[in-house]
Write a protein that binds this ligand. Structure first.
Ligand SMILES: Cc1cc2nc3c(=O)[nH]c(=O)nc-3n(C[C@H](O)[C@H](O)[C@H](O)COP(=O)(O)OP(=O)(O)OC[C@H]3O[C@@H](n4cnc5c(N)ncnc54)[C@H](O)[C@@H]3O)c2cc1C
Length: 351
């Protein structure tokens, strides 16, 4: 995929590499920040990470709850067709080859999604428009918090794929899985030797002078929200101890249940447990104090983001990467590829 180049940092000064290491501040210990830390540390620079949460990993963070490894910010299955990205992460963890499987709880019954030959066998074959209405309408209304008619056409007219197969994996990428010991453990390995300050205030990093900053927070916050806040949807998570479920993830394509999806986390590592932990996701608007989840790339936001991008292009010695700094939903492999594209010495990191 092509990445926008919205700022023009002169990277020639990075090329002094090990003879003249630079002091680099990284804001955020999510996948973008930690990938940048690996690349720059391996190129010989003195890297320091500042993170406002009390843990590393950003939204990929997981932890053990009642003997089950739970993805605390929603289900995160790694999937990619990018061999460079795959090899990069395999330096830090083994992967368990788990493929996410999703069913939709619809008014016509529970069916695998994306809609495939198994779904058709259960409720009959449907037109693309009927599939879209059945699977996406109510779900999107809850997800975005607006009536279907107001969901931007760029989202509502996207026709869901009708798979002519019985393959029930949600993603078809060549490589898929989850770190065998969890994401948090993988991040800790990646950060080996890198000082990482947790629980920082949002502006704490500004007090530490450095030669370069890699910023992975929300770009509006970097500029003090001068052009207005960028809007996001957020999620409230509810966790319940329940008997192990047959289904991995259930999407609620109806208005009876207010949550959008529920996930039995014991499936990630194939745990055979009697009681599991099920996470329920309740969508809500983002407001300070909540976690920014989905950029609302409609309404006033594209114009605001354009202004921030322009401001970013005038910043010297700052690199803006990650989903918050580029105000775009990015899968994990996209984030790693984006950081590799925007920072020099990706090759060094791969050796
Ligand atoms: C519900 C949900 C499910 C997802 N599922 C998948 C999936 O199955 N597969 C997949 O490939 N991708 C998935 N993703 C996408 C994945 O979460 C992202 O690609 C990835 O987390 C982005 O990493 P990041 O570092 O850009 O952002 P983040 O993970 O948000 O990390 C940014 C970090 O910066 C910190 N920060 C921000 N501002 C400051 C500041 N001023 N000072 C200090 N720290 C700061 C934040 O606290 C955060 O820890 C999902 C996303 C969501 C929302």
């Amino acid at each position: 995929m092509a990445y926008e180049k919205f700022h023009h940092v002169d990277f020639t000064h990075f090329s002094q590499e090990k003879q003249n290491p630079m002091k680099i501040t990284i804001v955020g210990a999510g996948l973008a920040g930690v990938t940048a830390a690996v690349i720059l540390r391996d190129a010989g620079h003195a890297v320091e990470v500042f993170e406002s949460r009390d843990h590393v990993g950003g939204n990929c963070f997981d932890e053990w709850i009642n003997g089950v490894l739970v993805h605390r910010y929603g289900p995160h299955g790694f999937h990619t067709d990018n061999e460079t990205v795959w090899n990069f992460l395999n330096r830090f963890t083994e992967f368990r080859p788990t493929a996410l499987e999703v069913v939709a709880n619809t008014p016509l019954g529970v069916i695998p999604v994306p809609f495939n030959d198994v779904s058709a066998g259960l409720i009959g074959d449907l037109s693309p428009e009927h599939i879209r209405d059945l699977i996406f309408r109510a779900y999107s209304e809850k997800h975005w918090g607006i009536p279907w008619e107001e969901v931007p056409r760029s989202i509502s007219t996207r026709l869901p794929e009708r798979r002519r197969s019985t393959d029930c994996r949600y993603h078809l990428d060549r490589w898929q899985g989850v770190p065998a010991d969890g994401y948090t453990c993988m991040f800790e390995h990646m950060l080996d030797g890198v000082p990482c300050h947790l629980g920082c205030s949002p502006d704490e990093w500004r007090r530490f002078p450095s030669d370069h900053v890699v910023f992975t927070g929300s770009i509006d916050e970097y500029f003090g929200n001068t052009h207005g806040r960028l809007e996001y949807r957020s999620l409230d998570f509810r966790y319940e101890s329940e008997p192990k479920r047959r289904y991995f993830q259930v999407n609620e394509c109806n208005h009876q249940n207010p949550w959008t999806r529920s996930v039995d986390h014991s499936h990630w590592l194939g745990q055979q447990v009697e009681n599991t932990v099920v996470g329920y996701e309740h969508p809500c608007e983002w407001e300070p104090g909540r976690v920014r989840m989905y950029p609302k790339a409609f309404g006033p936001n594209p114009e605001r983001y354009k202004l921030y991008r322009e401001a970013a292009s005038g910043e010297r010695n700052v690199t803006f990467v990650g989903r918050l700094a580029t105000y775009k939903y990015l899968d994990m492999d996209d984030v790693i590829a984006q950081v590799m594209t925007k920072l020099p010495y990706s090759e060094a990191a791969l050796q």
